[in-house]
Design a protein around this ligand. Structure first.
Ligand SMILES: N[C@@H](CCC(=O)N[C@@H](CS)C(=O)NCC(=O)O)C(=O)O
Length: 239
């Protein structure tokens, strides 16, 4: 069976990383069996081909990293049809949603509420370190990772914004996603497509988080997004 390498089970997510959640959801949408194995820090940095999760090792030994590359390769290798019905315009629209989710919402919402917001960091760190014996070394290690993530956040466009601005643009993303979804069952219409995997992952880590944030409060006002999330969750995870 294909192995997916992730970071750690966190709260009620299959993995701390939204990208791992995206990939395992995509594999479920595509009907491909997988085994999720965790490679927590610091081992992940040593073992991951690009120092980030997820990566996969397929049954034939092929190793692939980066969710978009993994999905493209598996689509080709196993003739996965979930996006086959999309027109060129549909594919362009799907790409734009993907970029909004991965290059914007991920930072303005998910990274911000867990890694940057001082109110949520202690609880998140406690969860990340749950399997480790508490010690000053463990504290120092997670502070180092937080500093690294803060550096990445600051180097990103939203990192230049005030907290109020970050919360505003995260809310705008949710508004756009809610309006884009409208009353459709899936983001691209009547059938699930690859982008539903990342939308599901982002909403999972927004609705099922233990962080408190105006972004989470705003997401709760988007009843069509919450209903979409609950439906996919029931269909593919708990059903
Ligand atoms: N473009 C990559 C992004 C993966 C990514 O950013 N993973 C994060 C976890 S959510 C990570 O491993 N970060 C560690 C690092 O950047 O060193 C993908 O689609 O797989």
């Amino acid at each position: 069976m294909m192995t997916v390498f992730g970071l750690a089970k966190t709260w009620d997510f299959p993995d701390a990383s939204p990208y791992v959640c995206k990939l395992v959801m995509w594999l479920r949408l595509a009907g491909i069996d997988y085994d999720l194995q965790y490679v927590p820090w610091p081992d992940m940095i040593e073992k991951a081909p690009r120092k980030s999760v997820p990566w996969i090792e397929d049954t034939d030994g092929e190793v692939i990293h980066d969710t978009t590359r993994i999905i493209d390769r598996l689509t080709e290798k196993y003739a996965v049809q979930i996006d086959a019905h999309l027109s060129d315009q549909g594919r362009a629209q799907m790409r734009a949603w993907q970029r909004l989710l991965e290059d914007h919402y991920y930072w303005a919402s998910l990274v911000h509420m867990r890694w940057i917001d001082d109110n949520n960091w202690p609880a998140y760190k406690e969860e990340l370190a749950a399997d480790l014996e508490p010690s000053p070394e463990v504290d120092a290690f997670f502070q180092e990772i937080r500093d690294y993530l803060m550096g990445e956040f600051n180097g990103h466009a939203v990192g230049k914004m005030s907290t109020d601005e970050v919360l505003k643009v995260a809310a705008e993303d949710l508004d756009a996603l809610s309006d884009g979804l409208g009353g459709q069952p899936y983001l691209m219409g009547d059938r699930p497509t690859s982008v539903d995997a990342m939308l599901y992952a982002c909403l999972l880590q927004t609705y099922v988080t233990r962080c408190t944030s105006p972004t989470v409060d705003h997401a709760r006002t988007k009843t069509n997004l919450e209903a979409y999330f609950n439906r996919l969750h029931a269909e593919f995870w708990t059903g």
